[in-house]
Design a protein around this ligand. Structure first.
Ligand code: SF4
Length: 225
């Protein structure tokens, strides 16, 4: 398969009963009042960006009224506003905002996926849901491998899931397992090709509102990709 076929398969996945119910309930009856007149995607979030990019961003999971509404990763919520503004500053995006499909966004040299592809209640997937979604990340890494240079993991869950996926598909991962932190790095080996993993605090509102993650902290990590 290629990434388009992969995304098409992901977008009809129903493997996690709790998340299928949540994503569809929100889409049908749980819409935020300000979006009440909009159609909701209500399905798993496919990846976005260039198929053979040197950089892969791995997020946590779609937001109920963000990706679950717009059908595009990190699109239509505050976390996405932060991420796309930073990608624009770094030259990966042609515009600083990502509002909805058809808004003219173009990404260059980067693809964005999530650890868990369906919006979870309270933004918290269970361990089982994370593991159930793992094979999609495996496949994203495998398809990206020929051109991949670096991975940006947003948050510890994405960091750990990326390391687990890398091991599952036969990449070499340092032992002991590299620890997540803002600015942490680890060199993974895909065959004999190094792929550099970078960690950043997630661009969640909780982190950006409290100042745990600042624009310059995010820019510093993105610059190193
Ligand atoms: Fe499928 Fe992943 Fe959604 Fe679970 S979270 S239903 S595995 S796409």
């Amino acid at each position: 398969d290629d990434v388009d076929q992969l995304d098409a398969r992901i977008s009809v996945c129903r493997a996690c009963p709790r998340l299928v119910k949540w994503r569809e309930d929100v889409a049908r009856t749980g819409r935020r009042a300000s979006f009440a007149d909009q159609p909701y995607w209500g399905r798993p979030g496919p990846g976005v960006g260039e198929p053979n990019a040197p950089v892969l961003v791995v997020g946590l999971a779609p937001a109920a009224n963000g990706t679950n509404r717009t059908g595009r990763m990190f699109t239509g919520d505050r976390a996405g506003d932060w991420l796309y503004a930073a990608l624009h500053r770094a030259g990966y995006a042609n515009q600083p905002t990502s509002v909805a499909s058809g808004d003219g966004l173009e990404l260059r040299g980067i693809r964005i996926v999530a650890t868990v592809r369906c919006a979870p209640p309270a933004n918290k997937p269970t361990t089982l849901e994370r593991d159930t979604c793992g094979p999609w990340l495996d496949r994203d890494l495998q398809l990206a491998e020929p051109t991949l240079r670096s991975i940006l993991a947003l948050g510890s869950l994405a960091w750990n899931a990326t390391i687990t996926a890398a091991r599952r598909i036969g990449w070499q991962v340092p032992r002991p397992k590299p620890k997540f932190g803002h600015g942490a790095t680890a060199t993974l080996l895909a065959g004999d090709r190094p792929v550099q993993l970078f960690g950043s605090y997630h661009v969640s509102q909780q982190n950006t509102f409290t100042g745990k993650l600042t624009e310059s902290m995010l820019d510093d990590v993105i610059r190193r990709l």
